[in-house]
Design a protein around this ligand. Sequence first.
Ligand SMILES: C[S@@+](CC[C@H](N)C(=O)[O-])C[C@H]1O[C@@H](n2cnc3c(N)ncnc32)[C@H](O)[C@@H]1O
Length: 200
Amino acid sequence: MLAEFPGARTSEVDLGWEHRWRAFHQPVRIGPLWVGPPWEEAPGDAVAVVVDPGRAFGTGAHPTTRLCLELLLGEEPGSVLDVGSGSGVLAVAAAKLGHAPVLAVDVDGSAVAATQANAERNGVAVEARLFDARTAALPRAQLALANIALDAVEALSGRLDVARVVTSGYLATDVPVLDGYRPLRRHELDGWAADLHARL
Ligand SMILES: C[S@@+](CC[C@H](N)C(=O)[O-])C[C@H]1O[C@@H](n2cnc3c(N)ncnc32)[C@H](O)[C@@H]1O
């Protein structure tokens, strides 16, 4: 194999490297929610969301995930569409907070698998589907959660059929515009932003 890469060198990999990333997956508390890894114990008073992200994005610690969870906490329970579910952290949190049904979609197969595994781990009903939200028809829901990126959020414009939508995945200097929706609330953290929009 190395013969195919002239000049390439090998080096020893530190023992235990595969466990060291765990140091970065620390639990976070957002109001009543506790989001943490399977190897930590949730406090007894918390609504626990146990997340093993695998290769997908979403431990709960990223500012955009935290901001989406903050805005989710203010919403009445109803049907949810999680666009770009990653580890499933938002979908599982929504289900734990009493939202139903919860449909989670992602364009990445490993994210769909992680979302399914995390829903089972938490004992909640979340349907996870492989789906490109830029092109596929978006199912109707009461609330959409879309922590994707500014261009992907704006690609949802004019195609969403939800009463309210939480968007994130962009910087505080960015302001997404969604046709047919008005901005209601913005939360910011560490230079990132999340917005709650309501249908006009
Ligand atoms: C920043 S992660 C968010 C993960 C999780 N929802 C969270 O809040 O931590 C964005 C996710 O969106 C997915 N994604 C990006 N573009 C997408 C698209 N067009 N359709 C569906 N999923 C998409 C990515 O694969 C990734 O898993």
